[in-house]
Write a protein that binds this ligand. Structure first.
Ligand code: SAJ
Length: 414
């Protein structure tokens, strides 16, 4: 079988590599020529444990190659970004571009799988777009040469564990037709050890969005508790620890906001497709999005007590022990603090990166420094990410008692 994987990003490239390692002939397609060239050299343009070995192995064996033009194939897997537009609806332009590339290559009989996280109806939308370009083809109906098969199979892997979770997670496969779902199931069975659960396309689209909304709503509950506790003078982390001793209570951890490219985005796809009904999901998003602003207010309040304060901010990543700064509340907080306090020196500590991201690189009052020296010089220490190195730091040596400490993750309690 020849499989074309459209989009060689965080999901497409690992999927292409895993398919190739399990016997398929895989052609990766990406608009970015630098990505295509890197893959053809057997290299990976981003950090993901164990991915490099898989890609270089597949390329050396001649099972994986990359190109900028969509080739003919038996199976097409679309793994392109679906960002949200300004009105919070999904921007389907990358899916449209992928469909436009696939349409002219079809001969009938192919299977097209959408893997990108999508709003309800996107799989049907992609099929409609292909059929508009190819009125000689059809989806469903009697079996025949001019029939194509379209399915949705959302990815659910956790960044940092992609190569493991691709193989071990259960997968949901939703077909526009039953036959499409069965064919897609057969593709994933070649490498997936988890259960493959078959449904229709819209249910599969919703399943992915609902998983991430579930987490978002639960984090919002913890974040709202932290604001209430701030007002009442209660230690929110102690409160949660105690409440979680109840056998049916499991509250998540509050923090400076919710980051990443999934949990902070996907709930909006549900809200924009049912704006009147999705009240709790919308409010949870708003609660979580308000959190960085509340942290900033607290820092400004403390800073006003000093004549010329110096601030150390700990962490820029969107979650612990990774180098991923995309949609990171910590990064946003540092950017805004630097703007609000142009005369204050801010020392940003992020042990997982070697240089400041572009948005901070030219900001004159922000410097990337190591933990010890940044804290030593600081009047105010703001902990934004619960990296293990911060948790394990020797607090006495850092003389934290002499500083104003704002610990948004509760790692330095007690
Ligand atoms: N967070 C908290 N408190 C918590 C847990 C998380 O504030 O108790 C914050 C984190 O700091 C981070 C954000 O939430 O800023 C999201 O982190 P995460 O670890 O919950 O999730 P992601 O974004 O890395 O990956 C999620 C996963 N989805 C679920 O767990 C339901 C993953 O399985 C999905 O594949 C991924 O989204 C995706 O691609 O959709």
């Amino acid at each position: 079988t020849t499989i074309a994987v459209i989009g060689l990003g965080y999901i497409g490239l690992p999927t292409a590599a895993v398919l190739a390692t399990h016997g398929a002939q895989v052609i990766g397609v990406d608009v970015n020529t630098a990505t295509v060239e890197a893959v053809n050299r057997g290299e990976v343009p981003f950090v993901e444990p164990d991915l490099s070995v898989a890609v270089s192995g597949a390329v050396t064996q001649g099972r994986l190659k990359a190109t900028t033009e969509t080739p003919p194939a038996d199976v097409f897997i679309v793994a392109v970004p679906t960002p949200f537009a300004e009105d919070y609806s999904a921007d389907l332009s990358y899916i449209d571009a992928a469909a436009d590339g696939i349409a002219p290559q079809l001969q009938g009989g192919e299977l097209i799988i959408l893997e990108s996280t999508s709003p309800p109806g996107a799989t049907q939308h992609m099929a409609d777009r292909i059929l508009a370009a190819r009125p000689d083809l059809r989806v469903g109906g009697e079996a025949g040469r001019n029939q194509i098969h379209v399915a949705h199979c959302p990815e659910r892997v956790l960044p940092g564990r992609v190569m493991i979770e691709l193989v071990t997670n259960d997968r949901i496969v939703g077909g526009l037709t039953k036959e499409a779902a069965q064919r897609a199931k057969a593709v994933y069975e070649t490498f997936c050890q988890g259960d493959i659960l078959v449904t229709d396309a819209v249910t599969a689209e919703m399943a992915k969005l609902v998983e991430n909304s579930f987490r978002d709503v639960n984090i919002a509950f913890a974040n709202e508790l932290s604001v209430i506790c701030g007002k009442l003078g209660v230690d929110v982390w102690e409160l949660i620890e105690l409440a979680n001793r109840h056998p049916r209570v499991n509250i998540l951890q509050p923090g400076p906001g919710v980051g990443g490219h999934c949990i902070a985005v996907d709930p909006w796809f549900i809200v924009s497709s049912a704006p009147e009904e999705a009240r709790l999901i919308r409010t949870a998003r708003e609660v979580n999005d308000a959190k960085p602003g509340l942290v900033i207010e607290r820092v400004l309040e403390k800073a006003a007590r000093f004549r010329s304060p110096r601030i150390a901010t700990l962490g820029l990543a969107f979650k612990p022990d990774i180098d991923d700064l995309r949609e990171s509340p910590a990064l946003r907080i540092v950017e805004r603090l630097a703007k609000e306090l142009p005369d204050v020196r801010i020392d940003a500590v992020e042990p997982h990166v070697e240089e400041l991201p572009r948005s901070l690189a030219d900001v004159p009052n922000v410097t990337l420094r190591d933990l010890d020296s940044a804290v030593k010089d600081a009047d105010i220490v703001v902990l934004l990410v619960d990296h293990t190195v911060f948790k394990n730091a020797d607090r006495r040596k850092l003389r934290l008692r002499e500083k104003v400490v704002i610990d948004t993750r509760g790692v330095w309690r007690g």
